[in-house]
Design a protein. Sequence first.
Length: 249
Amino acid sequence: MNVKGRWALLTGASRGVGYQTAIFMAKQGCNLILHSRKLEHTQQVEREVKALGVDAYCAQADLASREEVTAMLDEIEARGTVVDIVFNNAAVQIAYRTDYYKTPVEDFETSFRINFIAPAVICNRFIPKMIERGFGRIVNTTSGIKNEPEQSGYAASKAALDKYTKDLASRLDGTNVIISLTDPGWCRTDMGGPKAPNAVESVIPGIAVGAFVNDKKSGRFLHAQHFAGMTLEEAVSEAEKMEAHPYVI
C-alpha cells in the first residue's frame, strides 16, 4: 500500500521507537504530525523528516491530561489535516516495584491515562472519519511483558489497550480501516535500558507494517522483531499471511 502524500499522527515521536517510525514513514513519502509533550522535543525530528521530502509539523500534549489530548486533536482538525494513519506509540513505565503489593494507586492511574485512555480517545476521534472516507490504518503499540507484577501498572494498561483494540477490530473487519497491535520487543531505549537485547533500529520495518497491510483484516498482533531484517515488501507479505486471533498475543 502506497502511503505517499498521506498524513500520519505519531505519538511519542521525539526519540526511541517513535523516532525510528517517523524516519521510516518519511522515507516512504508519508507526511507526519509529530507528537511530544513539548513542541521543542520534536523540532529536530521535524527538520529531519522534511529533509526527506515530506510535509510535517509538531503537536504537543501531555497524554496524562484528557484536556490536552482533546486540544491537540482539535488543533489538528482545525488545520484541516486529514489523518489517514495513527501510530499510538507513546507510553510510560512508571517504576519497577519490587514490593509490588505496595504498588501505589497512582501507578495505575497514570499508566491508564497515558497508555490506554489517550490512545482510545485518539482512535475514537479519527476512526469514524476514516470509515466515512473509506480508508484508515491504526497501529497501537502494546507490550509482551507478562508475569511481572513489579510492572503491574504498565502491564495492566497495555492489557486494556489490547482488549480495546481487539474488540474494535471486530467492528472494522471488512472495511478499509485496519487496526493492528504491534510490540517493538525489548529494545535499548530510554524505557528499555542499556541491557535490552535488541537495538532500537531492529523495530524497522515491523513496527510500521500494520500501516501497509491492505487486505481489510483487523486485529492482528504484529511483533516487530519477527520482521527484523526484512524489506517492507517482505514484511507486508508475511503480515498478510497472519490470522487475527482475538485475545491470543
